[in-house]
Design a protein around this ligand. Structure first.
Ligand code: ATP
Ligand code: MG
Length: 368
């Protein structure tokens, strides 16, 4: 177990800047999730922590000790990859035992450890099988088992579940959470899937274009995303944005010929800034559909139902504004609206996020 710190870490590959000035301090046993679009530098960051890739700039510390120039094997890090990287010609026992054998651990100790780890992961009766004789989920467990054969100081998992189907993903997700809690090993976990990120991370690191955008707890990122990118990335379907311009005590929506009076909390944060061009954000779960416009103090926009998509426990309605912009609306329960129906979208001021559009910066998130 170790606390891990990255200090102004950068990685350049020839003319590509993969990671730029990345700084993060973690505490011992923390579960950190890295998210962001393809190519944003997640794997490069993980490989630098593992020592598989040299940093171009900056330092990496484990428990306050500089490990920047240490070889991977001297860092005591275990890594799980998306493609499992199991040895196809070895059975499960040998796959699990491989690393310990290399390190010349006594045979009896290896056997005891394999037994313990394979039981913990529910693969104790599969030790004689080769990887190709296993299901995807079972292979994934073997890959995890290999990583925990020795209790490393740091766990690195790079999209370990992306080869699995939805149901299995969910099952493995909760197993990894339980396992990590039980072992208490500091973990970095990469995923594309923001639902996975929200459900697993003690803290989430959102990256874009090699740069760290924001670090926070799942609820922290949901309630106070620092810019519109993070706001749009965390939450599914993503937040809706409306462009506007500040005037007096309100905001005029640029494309809609509508004006909203701003609630006190929004107005106060607007006045503390010099922002003029604004972005109002509202999440799909906070927009209400109605046949009638709302009473005072609540924002209403008229729209036309574009599509209705049942998602099981909720329904996603895409509503088209007169400007042609589509807004996502999540509705619980049954609805009678159909494509082409006229509706009103009702939004409460306490659900509005306010961004400075020019600086792309949050002015005011949800009240805490
Ligand atoms: N060995 C390399 N040589 C040159 N460029 C590289 C190398 N490895 C990564 N890159 C580049 O660095 C950037 C970051 O890559 P990285 O693999 O870290 O992204 P990622 O966030 O893990 O993406 P994905 O979600 O697709 O796995 C990309 O532009 C990539 O093309
Ligand atoms: Mg990657």
């Amino acid at each position: 177990m170790a606390s891990v710190e990255l200090r102004h870490v950068s990685k350049r590959f020839a003319d590509v800047s993969a990671v730029e000035d990345f700084s993060l301090e973690t505490s011992e046993g923390e579960f950190i999730v890295l998210v962001g679009p393809s190519g944003c530098g997640k794997t490069s960051t993980m490989r630098m922590i593992a020592g598989l890739e040299a940093v171009s700039d900056g330092q990496i510390l484990f428990d306050g000790e500089d490990v920047t120039d240490r070889l991977p094997r001297d860092r005591d890090v275990a890594m799980v990859f998306q493609n499992y990287a199991l040895f196809p010609h070895l059975n499960v026992f040998s796959n699990l035992a491989f690393g310990s054998q290399l390190r010349k651990v006594p045979r009896a100790d290896i056997e005891a450890r394999v037994k313990h780890v394979s039981r913990m992961l529910g693969i104790g009766d599969l030790l004689e099988r080769r990887p190709r004789e296993l299901s995807g989920g079972q292979r994934q467990r073997v890959a995890l088992g290999r990583a925990i054969m020795r209790e490393p100081r740091v766990f690195l998992m790079d999209e370990p579940l992306s080869n699995l189907d939805a149901a299995l993903r969910m099952e493995m997700r909760s197993e990894i959470i339980k396992l990590q809690e039980r072992l208490g090993i500091t973990t970095f976990y990469v995923t594309h899937d923001q639902i996975e990120a929200l459900s697993m991370g003690d803290r989430i690191v959102v990256m874009l274009g090699g740069k760290l955008q924001q670090v926070g707890t799942p609820m922290g990122l949901y309630e106070q995303p620092l810019n519109s990118y993070v706001a749009g990335f965390i939450g599914s379907p993503p937040m809706n944005f409306l462009e506007g311009v500040a005037n007096d005590s309100g905001v005029t929506l640029t494309t809609l010929n509508a004006r909203f009076e701003l609630a006190d909390r929004l107005l106060a944060s607007l006045r503390q800034s010099s922002a003029r061009d604004l972005l109002l954000g509202i999440r799909p779960e906070h927009v209400l559909l109605s046949d009638r416009p709302a009473s005072d103090g609540v924002y209403t926009l008229s729209a036309t139902v574009d599509t209705v998509e049942p998602l099981g426990h909720t329904i996603l309605v895409r509503a088209r504004l007169p400007s042609q912009q589509l807004l996502n609306v999540l509705v619980g329960g049954k609805i009678s609206w159909r494509e082409g129906d006229k509706v009103h979208l009702i939004m409460r001021p306490e659900h509005i996020y306010l961004f400075d559009r020019t600086a792309d910066r949050l002015l005011c998130g949800l009240p805490g």
